[in-house]
Design a protein around this ligand. Sequence first.
Ligand SMILES: [Zn+2]
Length: 73
Amino acid sequence: MIMSKHLTCAVCRKTLDDDVYMCRDNFLQAKFFDEQDCSDNVFCSPECAMRALSVELVRPEDVPSTAWQDDDQ
Ligand SMILES: [Zn+2]
C-alpha cells in the first residue's frame, strides 16, 4: 500500500499542497530548527514563518539603542 504524504505548516498545522515557505539560511537551519526531518521549517505563509522565528512588529522605542543609525548630516 502506498502511503500518500503531505506537508503541514509548522505553525498553524494547515495541510499544504502547493509551494511552501522555508527558511533557507544555513545557520538557522543548523542552529535554530530542531527537527532533523525539517518538519519545523515548513510554513504556509511569511506570517507563519515570522511567527516561528519570533519576528514581530514592535515600536521603534523597543529597538535597542545600539541598532539606531546616525542621521546623515
Ligand atoms: Zn501556517
